[in-house]
Ligand binder design. Structure first.
Ligand SMILES: [Zn+2]
Length: 329
C-alpha cells in the first residue's frame, strides 16, 4: 500500500502527499467524486502515511504501523462504512468513544468514513460535533460519491478534494499492468466510464454477464421471436431493479455502438470492442433513424424504472417498442 500503487489522480496524490509530508494536514478532508474511481484506495494510503513511523517517504510499508495497516488491524485506524443502507448514530457514538482515547502506537488517529453521504441525520449531527471539536490528534477522511447529500455544515468543516473518472487509456494501461489481457482491459476501461472499481469487477469471471444478456436481448429483438421476448421480460421481472437498470444501460451502449458503425464513425470510439462482429451483424439491420428512436425509447424506460415504474410492464413495453422500430423499413 504505497502512493505509487494509486492509478491516476496525479494532482490529488501530489497535493495530499505534500500536505502529509510537510505536516500540514487539515483535521478533516472530504474526498468527493464518482463511485468506483479509487477514492477509498487513496484514503487508505493517506491513512497509512499519516500513521507511519518512518521519518520520510511515508507510508514506508515496513514499519510496525504500516504492517498493522496491511493486516487491517491498526489500533489507531478506524474505518466506518454504511451498515445496510445507512451509517447509523450507533456507529458514530462508537467512533466518539474510540477517538476520545489517546493513540496506541502512532502519533495520531485516522478515521475514514466511506459513504459519508449515507449518514442518517442523527449520525451526521453527531459527527458534526466531533468535527467542530476534534479530540486530540486525529484526521477524518470523509468519502462521498454524492456530496450534495451531506450537511452543508459538515462540508464547510472539510477541505474538499475532488476526484474525477480516469481517462480510458490510462485505466486500460493500468489494468494491463495488473496482468489483465489487452482486449478485456480496453473493454472494461471503456464500459466502466473510467471507474477502476467497476472495471475490475467487469474483469471477474461473469463480470460482463449483464452486458451479454443485453446483447442477447438485442439479437432476440431482431429475430422478433415474441415468445422468447416474453420469457425475457419474465426473467427481467425476477431481477433486482439495479440489475435491470444495468442491462438497460448496456442496451443503450450497444445501440450507441451500432449507431457508430451505421454512421461510419470509426471503430476506435466503440465501447464493446470484444463483440464487434455481433454488432456488425446487427448494424446491417438498422438505420440511423431507427437507432436514434430506439435509444430514446430505452432512455425513457430507464427513467420510468428509476421512478419506480412496474418492471414487468416497463420491460415488455420497451421490448415491443424496439421490435416495432426494428420492423420499420
Ligand atoms: Zn511505515
Amino acid at each position: 500500500m504505497k502512493w505509487t500503487d494509486i492509478i491516476g489522480h496525479k494532482d490529488q496524490v501530489a497535493m495530499l502527499c505534500h500536505m502529509e509530508s510537510s505536516e500540514r494536514m487539515p483535521h478533516s478532508v472530504l474526498f468527493a467524486g464518482p463511485k468506483g474511481v479509487g477514492k477509498s484506495m487513496v484514503a487508505k494510503v493517506l491513512g497509512a502515511a499519516l500513521l507511519c513511523s518512518n521519518q520520510k517517504d511515508r507510508p514506508c510499508g515496513v514499519c510496525h504501523s504500516c504492517q498493522q495497516m496491511s493486516y487491517g488491524s491498526h489500533p489507531d485506524f478506524l474505518f466506518i462504512a454504511p451498515d445496510g443502507a445507512n451509517i447509523k448514530i450507533e456507529q458514530i457514538r462508537t467512533l466518539q468513544q474510540e477517538v476520545s482515547m489517546a493513540p496506541f502506537i502512532s502519533q495520531r488517529r485516522v478515521c475514514i468514513i466511506d459513504g459519508a453521504e449515507l449518514m442518517t441525520t442523527q449520525a451526521a449531527n453527531s459527527l458534526l460535533k466531533v468535527l467542530e471539536d476534534p479530540p486530540g490528534e486525529i484526521v477524518f477522511i470523509l468519502i462521498a460519491a454524492n456530496r450534495q447529500m451531506l450537511l452543508p455544515t459538515i462540508i464547510s468543516r472539510c477541505m474538499i478534494i475532488s476526484f474525477q473518472t480516469l481517462d480510458d487509456h490510462v485505466l486500460a494501461q493500468a489494468l494491463m499492468a495488473k496482468g489483465h489481457l489487452p482486449q478485456p482491459s480496453e473493454v472494461a476501461a471503456r464500459l466502466s466510464g473510467g471507474r477502476l472499481g467497476i472495471a475490475l469487477a467487469m474483469l471477474e469471471p461473469e463480470g460482463l454477464a449483464l452486458r451479454n444478456q443485453a446483447l442477447e436481448i438485442m439479437e432476440n429483438v431482431m429475430e422478433a421471436k415474441m415468445e422468447i421476448l416474453w420469457h425475457r421480460a419474465a426473467l427481467l421481472e425476477k431481477m433486482e431493479r439495479d440489475e435491470i437498470l444495468q442491462i438497460i444501460k448496456y442496451i443503450t451502449y450497444i445501440l450507441r455502438d451500432i449507431l457508430l458503425l451505421v454512421t461510419g464513425q470509426g471503430r476506435q470510439l466503440l465501447f464493446n470492442i470484444d463483440i464487434v462482429e455481433d454488432l456488425g451483424e446487427l448494424a446491417d439491420k438498422w438505420n440511423e433513424k431507427q437507432l436514434v428512436r430506439a435509444i430514446k425509447a430505452v432512455e425513457a424506460a430507464r427513467r420510468a424504472l428509476q421512478a419506480n415504474a412496474n418492471t414487468r410492464l416497463t420491460s415488455e413495453a420497451l421490448l415491443i417498442k424496439i421490435v416495432d422500430l426494428a420492423k420499420e423499413v
